[in-house]
Design a protein around this ligand. Structure first.
Ligand code: C2E
Ligand code: MG
Ligand code: MG
Ligand code: MG
Length: 287
């Protein structure tokens, strides 16, 4: 009796696993093709980070977008993990860095001086080849110092702290700005904060989004801001969705704000127009 009752559950569980396995396999194969084929299906969206001291936009984050003709829009949260597991994340990062370098020329043409952040994975940071090829990429394209920021998550540091820190130092010396993404989630890197060669800490959006109403999250944000200040790090708050949150962060001395309230991530051409428009505004809703 019991066996009969559980059987359909096992069957549907296996089907779900198989579906997921097949989808992942498809994602890996199609992503590989998109990465070699100079494909129009991969692109970057840019999201501004507002400098809260002068209300200017001098930082932005590049976020990958993938629209496959058959799979439709595949969110990065899904395919980045799969690319990491399949060992092809280095090709994704290389594609993104090359695209950012080419977009930096577009920004320069429009007199937009901006530091663009690229998300890199633990596999990139712990790889000697990545550290060297990133340096060569900067040099061969004459990318100025501090034009590209690399966002790493805390989990990187926990995997192999000595190597991670050594590579971070190298990358920083090569002219990259370094930041810790999703700070406060996952592993506690509090114990590493003293030795971390990074410039910026990004408060995870889970502490910022419900910020305006939740006192617990507010306390966490405030603690991170104080902590960062005592270690001479700058702070970017991610997931700012309303004016009240922005005002509070500004009052508490947070340096950068990023979120839907300011702008969603948008294609490069729209971003150029957005920034020009922003910088020409005589008044802004922020002041
Ligand atoms: P992340 O690096 O923490 O990026 C921030 C995510 O929060 C982005 O999602 C962004 O669209 C979203 N976001 C920004 N402001 C708000 C807001 O006000 N409210 C809400 N609800 N969300 C906001 P996205 O673009 O879907 O990317 C998700 C994650 O995928 C990224 O998180 C990052 O971990 C990864 N990712 C995206 N692009 C790349 C890439 O080029 N390379 C790598 N390795 N990972 C990437
Ligand atoms: Mg990020
Ligand atoms: Mg984040
Ligand atoms: Mg992330």
């Amino acid at each position: 009796d019991e066996a009969q009752e559980t059987l359909p559950m096992i069957v549907s569980f296996n089907n779900a696993l198989e579906d997921k396995y097949l989808r992942n396999l498809k994602i890996v194969n199609k992503l590989k093709q998109a990465l070699i084929g100079n494909s129009k299906h991969l692109s970057l969206h840019y999201q501004p980070k507002l400098n809260l001291q002068d209300n200017q936009v001098d930082h932005a984050e590049a976020l990958i977008r993938w629209n496959d003709p058959e799979l439709g829009f595949v969110p990065p949260d899904e395919f980045i993990n799969i690319a990491e597991q399949a060992g092809i994340i280095n090709s994704v990062t290389e594609w993104v860095l090359n695209q950012v370098i080419s977009d930096l020329q577009v920004f320069a043409k429009h007199d937009i001086e901006i530091c663009v952040a690229v998300n890199i994975s633990a596999q990139d940071l712990l790889n000697e080849n990545f550290v060297m090829s990133a340096r060569d990429l900067l040099r061969s394209n004459n990318v100025p110092d501090n034009a590209i920021e690399l966002e790493l998550t805390e989990s990187v540091i926990v995997k192999d702290a000595d190597k991670a820190i050594a590579h971070m130092k190298l990358l920083r010396n090569q002219g990259f700005v370094l930041s810790i993404d999703d700070f406060g989630t996952g592993y506690s890197s509090l114990s590493y904060l003293t030795q971390l060669p990074c410039d910026i800490i990004k408060i995870d959006k889970c502490f910022v989004m419900p910020f305006a109403t939740q006192t617990g999250e507010q306390a966490i944000c405030r603690a991170i801001l104080n902590l960062a200040d005592s270690f001479s790090k700058l702070v970017t708050a991610e997931g700012v969705e309303d004016e009240e949150t922005l005002a509070t962060l500004r009052k508490w001395g947070c340096q950068y704000a990023q979120g839907y309230y300011i702008s969603r991530p948008i294609p490069v051409d729209d971003f150029v127009l957005w920034v020009k428009d922003w910088h020409h505004k005589t008044f802004s809703p922020m002041t």
